[in-house]
Ligand binder design. Structure first.
Ligand code: FMN
Length: 177
């Protein structure tokens, strides 16, 4: 395969929000749009927030969550774009502050510095989203060129059901000029 034949590589960063259980929808949509996908999950997200076995089968690659050993080769190619979905309160605030204590946050800090397009779909309850640190984080990350989807709190709607998490809108955000 030549460099020209290579599909663009998308990192999907998955955080520990309950909605992460549906991340396969995003992976399917990305693959249908021609992306090759590699998943990076936070350590907490690896603890039962989504079906890691199914996601590894879907992407054909192991999920990354910890740093490689120095002697090991890089498991994924460099990203052409990054999606963070769902993005938690915790990860958004750490990313904005530059606290790279997980591979996920370290990867986001680095990708932003390299100018790689990044789209974020937060899943943050209104009570947490009201925290001034979170508001400052959004301002700071937007100022770095990070693209955010609409706020999503995961709260049930009138009538009981939860609104659909807009997985595919992350890909639309990336395609935006
Ligand atoms: C069942 C469950 C659902 C959660 N959902 C959310 C959520 O939607 N958004 C959020 O910001 N945190 C949520 N949390 C809290 C995060 O998991 C917690 O803050 C964690 O430290 C986030 O780690 P991470 O950002 O490294 O993934 C949830 C926790 C549990 C146990």
């Amino acid at each position: 395969m030549t460099e020209q034949d290579r599909k663009p590589f998308l990192y999907v960063v998955v955080c520990a929000a309950g909605i992460a259980v549906g991340v396969s929808k995003l992976i399917t949509a990305a693959q249908e749009r021609g992306w090759e996908v590699g998943v990076i999950a936070t350590p907490v997200a690896m603890g039962g927030f989504f079906d890691t076995t199914a996601v590894e089968a879907q992407t054909g690659r192991p999920i990354r969550s910890a740093w490689r050993s120095p002697a090991d080769p890089r498991p994924f190619p460099p990203p052409d774009a990054v999606v963070v979905a769902p993005a938690t309160f915790n990860t958004v605030n750490k990313w904005a502050a530059g606290l790279a204590d997980t591979l996920a946050v370290g990867t986001l800090c680095e990708a932003a510095g390299l100018g790689v397009p990044i789209a974020v779909l937060p899943c943050v309850a209104d009570a947490l989203a009201a925290h001034p640190a979170y508001r400052d984080s959004l301002i700071r990350l937007r100022g770095m060129g990070v693209r955010f989807g609409e706020p999503y709190s995961g709260m049930p709607e009138e009538g009981g059901g939860r609104p659909e998490f807009p997985w595919e809108s992350a890909l639309d955000l990336l395609e935006r000029p």
